[in-house]
Design a protein around this ligand. Structure first.
Ligand code: ADP
Ligand code: ZN
Length: 632
């Protein structure tokens, strides 16, 4: 046991383990503090954004102390990946869950019995089986690490009742410290976690929420398929997740993308379990790059090289948005998060929420609907307003944001431009709403504007209105978005309910009379052609500057990825567990020629060097020959 070491010696032990096991040169911000708290045997609440490096905060102390840490984690897939990753680093780790084979169970007992086990992952429902707890009490448990701790709170976005029971552990293991980890925590959720877990004088560490490597774009949804295809085109050969609100939307969008030659597949909870398993496995193994899914997809998937997350519809809270966009760029390299927004999405959510609250009448928490509607309203405000996205997200999570211009969001990059005759167009739309009596929804008004002789229009004589056909050249999608913009600007009002109707809002008459001007905006035409953003601010503590690989480096990187995929296939683990993209990138740039040089690459520890070093060195050497031969 090294837990009573003097601070210097302890820092040295941490640094040595970090280097030797994980191949990392330094700790990231707050990892040091979190690890120190664990080594002091203190309770802690650690809030770091996705990809911030939470796992290391409980993995490293277990290794340095040479004792067992029990990690509570909600998802089997996530546990299995972590265990696979740790084993590749030569760490004795195991997971306990309901589908454990007899063989795996025997392995586990052996490792636990001889005291070599360092990390044990457990699902909460499994933890509370009497037999398991009785066994655990016979072990020397150094700490409990509670992963995804926001699951304990109703104010989070992923409440799991089983998590509530974790407080019972406190009684059973009064002397063992608890460390809670989460990526999503508004001050309210944070307070809830502390209270529910009965943390004792915890070290509370809240990292910067901002993810500078993510470029946030919130664009009006005007031509969904075109917009999604273009975004995918900005990230060739890279992993992308496209989120839709409804199951049927995932299928329609995936087929539309397939027709454009993009190998996309749909994923939602209504698919047969075997199909879902296949899709997840294909995505993790990099056989499939573009997945069009409902939010059912993603919790257990932490492929670290996702370069694009698209929301084809607005999520229901900023918590959900932050969680889902957080799946992009977990390797710390730049990634894009595109939200295609329509004000109609909020109305859709509201009616879904009201319906499900009505169905669970008397069962659920009566305040739950209010809470949901409030979260939704905040999301809508975020999407509808032209305010720096990085700033808005940071502030929402209770943190000030210092940069005047983030350089990585649609607002700061100034990607929208006014429609040239926007004022006149707005007048036409407002006028059509008035002429049709303020009793119809957006679709009808748009049919009138576009001059469509459909039954509904003809039956009401709306083809004889002066506004009939005044916007013939505009697409329905674009007009729909202009309607949204007018709603957001308060010039139109949209009623609640299943069939929302449009009516004039405050200030609309002034616009119609020409006393006030209205503006409509479209994404700049140049956006489509623009490449992915580069961020040139290196992040302190390890997230280094991201480069776009080019030419021979890019070719080598692709070869190394193929090699990684082969090795992962042989071992039956997801590729990112073998090496992260950031590691392969550095290999492609530095082209190490010896094991020592390879060991200096970030993310390569002794164990991985022994296991894979020779094959990667061979691939690099072979590529060097090619590049030489091909040089001019
Ligand atoms: P989280 O659980 O907070 O989402 P992870 O623990 O999965 O994040 O870490 C994200 C990535 O960052 C992983 O690829 C991990 O190996 C890497 N990482 C963590 N700590 C460091 C560090 N100190 N230096 C370099 N890379 C790190
Ligand atoms: Zn910005």
């Amino acid at each position: 046991m090294i837990d009573r070491l003097a601070p210097d010696a302890r820092d040295a032990a941490v640094a040595a383990t970090l280097r030797r096991r994980f191949g990392f040169a330094s700790l990231r911000p707050l990892q040091r503090e979190a690890i120190a708290a664990a080594l002091d045997g203190r309770d802690a609440l650690v809030v770091l954004p996705t990809g911030g490096g939470k796992s290391l905060c409980y993995q490293l102390p277990a290794l340095v102390q040479e004792r067992l840490t029990v990690v509570v984690s909600p998802l089997i897939a996530l546990m299995q990946d972590q265990v696979a990753g740790l084993r590749l680093h030569g760490v004795a780790a195991a997971a306990v869950h309901s589908n454990l084979s007899a063989e795996a169970r025997a392995d586990l007992r052996r490792a636990a019995a001889d005291g070599s086990l360092r990390l044990l992952f457990v699902a909460p429902e499994r933890l509370f089986q009497d037999e398991f707890l009785a066994w655990l009490r016979t072990r020397d448990v150094a700490a409990f690490a509670i992963d995804e701790a926001h699951c304990i709170s109703q104010w989070g976005h992923d409440f799991r009742p089983e998590y509530r029971r974790l407080a019972e552990l406190r009684q059973q293991f009064p002397a063992v410290p608890f460390q809670a980890f989460t990526a999503t925590a508004t001050p309210r959720v944070r307070a809830d976690i502390q209270a529910q877990l009965r943390l004792r004088d915890p070290e509370v560490l809240v990292g910067a929420f901002d993810r500078p490597e993510l470029c946030y774009r919130v664009l009006p949804r005007q031509d969904l398929v075109e917009q999604v295809a273009t975004a995918i085109g900005r990230h060739p050969d890279a992993a992308a997740i496209v989120y839709c609100i409804a199951r049927k939307d995932t299928e329609a969008l995936a087929s539309a993308l397939q027709r454009r030659g993009i190998a996309a597949e749909a994923y939602h909870a209504g698919l047969p379990a075997a199909e879902r398993t296949r899709l997840s496995a294909d995505f993790r193994a990099e056989r499939l790059d573009v997945i069009v899914a409902t939010v059912a997809f993603g919790m257990g998937i932490d492929r670290s090289d996702v370069r694009l997350v698209v929301h084809a519809g607005m999520p229901k809270s900023l918590e959900a948005y932050q969680q889902e966009t957080g799946r992009a760029g977990r390797d710390g390299l730049p990634a894009e998060c595109l939200l295609l927004y329509s004000a109609a999405d909020a109305a859709k959510w509201r009616s879904l929420m009201r319906r499900s609250a009505a169905e669970s009448e008397g069962v659920g928490d009566p305040d739950a609907l209010e809470a949901q509607l409030l979260l939704l309203q905040q999301m809508q405000r975020f999407a509808g307003r032209a305010r720096c996205r990085h700033r808005a997200i940071s502030e929402y999570f209770g943190q000030a944001y210092a940069e005047p211009n983030c350089g990585a969001c649609d607002v700061c990059l100034d990607e929208l431009e006014p429609v040239p005759d926007g004022h006149v167009l707005a007048q036409k739309i407002l006028s059509a709403v008035v002429r049709t009596g303020q009793r119809f929804g957006g679709n009808h008004v748009i049919d009138v504007l576009r001059g469509r002789r459909v039954e509904r229009v003809l039956a009401r004589g709306h083809d004889r209105l002066p506004t009939f056909g005044v916007c013939k050249e505009e697409s329905a999608g674009r007009l729909g978005n202009y309607v949204d913009q007018l709603v957001d600007a308060g010039l139109l009002r949209r009623s609640e309910g299943e069939y929302p109707t449009l009516s004039l809002g405050e200030g609309a008459m002034a616009v119609l009379r020409g006393d006030a001007r209205a503006e409509l905006r479209v994404p700049k035409a140049t956006l489509a052609a623009r490449g992915k953003r580069r961020r040139d601010d290196a992040r302190p503590g390890g997230r280094r500057e991201a480069r776009d690989l080019e030419g021979a480096d890019r070719a080598l990187f692709d070869q190394l990825r193929a090699l990684r995929r082969r090795i992962a296939g042989e071992l039956g683990v997801p590729p990112y567990v073998v090496f992260a993209d950031a590691t392969l990138e550095e290999m492609a740039l530095r082209r190490p020629e010896s094991p020592d040089a390879l060991l200096a690459v970030r993310g390569i520890g002794q164990k991985k060097l022994d296991a894979f070093g020779a094959r990667f060195l061979a691939a690099i050497a072979a590529a060097g020959g090619d590049a030489g031969a091909g040089a001019e």
